[in-house]
Design a protein around this ligand. Structure first.
Ligand code: IFM
Length: 439
């Protein structure tokens, strides 16, 4: 496939097309006085990250950001979703590094000069190592500290941000990192995961309140969602899919929009939540102005394992991306419809990430990524036709970057990055996008 079948004119006036990146994945954490993060330590632990890679240099966006923002503009996009590194702005999690704040000041002005909407996420996973050593997301201090960071960012940049969300993908911050152990800090403990599952949504609520107190507007949440298929029609597999859905999708949407946790997840997790968790629920469900969904794939769930939640996933039959993730655009449509129907109502929804990792055959073409994006854009369009108040769609990612535990081995970019020379080369998907958005 060489072209997208939908064009800008197939979406309503004002629909926002954007591309996303995140700080640690592209900036080059070695530059500008940033402090160590829990990802430094994780990457140094043998066996945790492909090749022991880290974000020290990444795409050197710290120095090359004008060129990168030019690419966003050339693609015909309206917005740029970026994140502010906590450890760059507050290297020890407490004191401010003026150089770090100045960097984001320049970056935001650079977006505005190019007529791009600055779409900020405050925390995209680089916890200052000093805060990690105090217990990280398992202790209540961290949500309180994130709210302080939110105040600092809000005060300095809030007048120019188009949208702001406190946290990217709370499921990854909590469950993937503390129960599955695949991300920093690499714990595999239900007790730790329970604390993190609560503290991450508390951090969202406290930070929304802190941003609002600074006069920052258009505040939202960014949650990742996966479509949960039962592996078979058996009752056991249906229950496995239901509990997976509860932990992955419903926990965060219910907490942030209704101030509730799903009962079926509380059955296993309540004993691991902080004792006074109920007292926090109204703080967590602060009013928000929009809700973002990051979507990539589905899972095939079956009963397994000796302890709650007794769920394992099995390989599925659909074509897969280079992450091994099945390509299932219908899941995006269904989850958007369910989110609007069950949680967000008339609140504007955004797809805040969607994209695929793929190996290059020839840089100029990229037909698989074009087909992936096309199929998911069509799913977005169907959800809108069904009445979902979707207001924008964001590609992950602008650039090839540091794909966390996979290091530099996976390539999600509309733009190829040669990590030896830092040369950027737009892929066929980038050119298809230009034609669809500006043609
Ligand atoms: O690279 C990540 C990003 O940091 C968060 N969302 C999913 C992407 C692809 O795995």
């Amino acid at each position: 496939m060489n072209d997208l079948s939908l064009r800008r004119g197939d979406f309503p006036e004002g629909f926002v097309f954007a591309a996303a990146t995140s700080a640690y994945q592209i900036e080059g954490h070695a530059f500008g006085g940033a402090g160590r993060t829990h990802w430094n330590a994780f990457a140094e632990t043998p066996g945790k990250v492909h090749g022991g890679h880290n974000g020290a240099i990444a795409c050197d966006h710290y120095h090359r950001w004008p060129e990168d923002l030019d690419l966003v503009r050339q693609a015909g996009l309206d917005g740029y979703r970026f994140s502010t590194s906590w450890a760059r702005v507050m290297p020890d999690g407490v004191n401010v590094n003026p150089e770090g704040l100045d960097f984001y000041d320049r970056l935001v002005d650079g977006m505005l000069e190019r007529k791009l909407k600055p779409m900020a996420t405050l925390y995209h996973w680089e916890l200052p190592e000093a805060l990690g050593k105090r217990g990280g997301w398992t202790v209540r201090e961290i949500p309180e500290r994130l709210a302080e960071f939110a105040t600092i960012i809000g005060r300095r940049l809030g007048d120019r941000l188009w949208s702001t969300a406190p946290i990217n993908e709370p499921w990854c911050v909590a469950w993937l990192s503390h129960y599955e152990g695949h991300h920093a800090p690499g714990l595999q403990s239900l007790a730790a995961a329970g604390k993190a599952m609560h503290h991450v949504v508390l951090a969202h609520g406290l930070s929304i309140a802190a941003l609002r107190a600074e006069g920052v507007s258009n505040l939202g949440a960014v949650c990742n969602m996966e479509y949960p298929h039962p592996a078979t029609d058996s009752e056991e597999d249906r229950q496995a899919a239901e509990i997976y859905d509860g932990i992955y999708n419903r926990w965060f949407a219910a907490a942030m929009t209704r101030g509730e946790y799903p009962e079926d997840v509380l059955v296993g997790l309540e004993r691991h939540l902080p004792a006074a968790w109920r007292d926090d629920m109204s703080l967590i469900a602060q009013p928000i102005d929009w809700f973002g969904v990051n979507y990539y794939t589905c899972k095939r769930l079956t009963r397994g394992g000796d302890v709650w939640p007794n769920v394992v996933d099995l390989p599925g039959p659909l074509p897969k991306t280079d992450m091994g993730w099945e390509i299932y655009p219908d899941g995006l449509e269904t989850l958007l419809r369910r989110t609007a129907e069950d949680y967000t109502g008339d609140l504007p929804l955004y797809v805040t990430e969607n994209g695929m990792a793929n190996r290059d055959v020839t840089l100029g073409q990229d037909p698989e990524r074009i087909a992936y994006l096309d199929a998911h854009l069509r799913a977005v369009r169907r959800a809108m036709d069904a009445g979902v108040p979707l207001k924008g769609y964001t590609f992950w990612s602008l650039l090839d970057n540091y794909e966390w535990a996979f290091g530099y081995d996976k390539r999600f970019g509309l733009v190829h990055v040669d990590f030896d020379t830092q040369v950027r080369t737009p892929r066929g998907s980038f050119h298809a996008l230009v034609r669809a958005l500006t043609g």
